[in-house]
Design a protein around this ligand. Structure first.
Ligand code: C5P
Length: 294
């Protein structure tokens, strides 16, 4: 399952249920977590390896376990169980929907393991109840998200965009960033719509236009909790990025390059400048959750 970047993220004031209304443009990028589901009698458990595995909480709090449990409650029986082995590349608490990717993978893997009578719409409905970003990670590609992020419409996107991701030393909690956003009173009022400049740049396969159009309403709140991110973004621009943005609630910073070789140059410059904890090159859009083997 891929990670996501929010190319644009417009955020309103909190709703009565505490969630924030959004208008966002998502792009799935080539950084993948893998979930292997093996049979287990009546118990749903998980083990995690790879990037940031030590930072994930206990199995009962894992979004993949929660997703599988909800899927079983809706479409299965209590006898069903699974051991979910999660191999992570997507940073934990990085603003790239890593937990959501694992949840999407668990839904797909368990629906096959348990031979459930579920179609894509059923999985998408469970996904929306598990988390705001889970439906997008299941779908992949490029999409406009509204509601709390779970209502999707595919967006027309041509070509491939090349990114350099700078991952930070410590994660940021999504609720904490939304709280800071509220404390700073940054919520938009009125109708939220995704910016047309981002949509036009995607349709035109124009990285320069996309770089100029990247935006994130949560960025100020993320800067306020992690001031060093401002320097990371500036370092990326100084090293030749066409544009940059904090991904979702952060702290991963996504920097856009003109093409693959510019992305190589950019990542080498940032790595040698010692910016962030880890620098990775990815491309997007890529497909959503996929079954690799049964
Ligand atoms: O939907 P999900 O469980 O991934 O959201 C995690 C947290 O992020 C929520 O509990 C909420 O604090 C915040 N959030 C929000 N508005 C959204 C999405 C997430 O306030 N649209």
């Amino acid at each position: 399952m891929p990670a996501k970047i929010n190319l644009a993220l417009r955020v309103g004031r909190p709703r009565d249920d505490g969630y924030h209304p959004l208008a966002t443009v998502y792009q799935a990028v080539s950084l993948f977590d893998e979930v292997v589901a093996s049979p287990l009698d009546g118990v749903i458990d998980c083990d995690v390896s790879g990037e940031g595995a030590d930072l994930t909480g206990p199995p009962q709090d894992n979004l993949a376990v929660r997703a599988a449990t909800l899927l079983r409650a809706r479409f299965g029986t209590r006898r069903l169980g699974a051991q979910l082995s999660i191999r992570k590349q997507i940073p934990v608490a990085g603003g790239m929907a890593g937990g959501s990717a694992d949840a999407a993978g668990a839904l797909l893997a368990c629906s096959v393991l348990w031979d459930l009578d579920t179609g894509p719409d059923d999985l998408a409905a469970v996904a929306a109840d598990v988390g705001s970003d889970v439906p997008f990670v299941l779908m992949g590609g490029s999409a406009v998200g509204t509601g709390r992020g779970e209502r999707l419409l595919p967006a027309l996107s041509r070509g491939t965009f090349h990114w350099v991701l700078v991952m930070a030393d410590a994660g940021l909690s999504t609720p904490a960033v939304f709280h800071r956003f509220d404390d700073l009173d940054l919520g938009r009022t009125g109708l939220l719509e995704p910016p047309t400049d981002v949509m036009d740049a995607l349709a035109a396969a124009d990285p320069a236009a996309l770089g100029a159009a990247l935006s994130n309403d949560l960025q100020e709140a993320a800067f306020s909790l992690a001031p060093h991110l401002k320097r990371t973004l500036q370092a990326g621009m100084d090293a030749g990025a066409l544009g940059g943005v904090v991904s979702g609630s952060g702290p991963t910073v996504a920097l856009l390059a003109a093409n693959e070789s510019s992305a190589v140059d950019l990542s080498v410059r940032l790595s040698s400048a010692g910016v962030g904890r880890l620098v990775r090159r990815v491309a997007g859009p890529v497909p959503g959750a996929r079954l690799i083997s049964t």
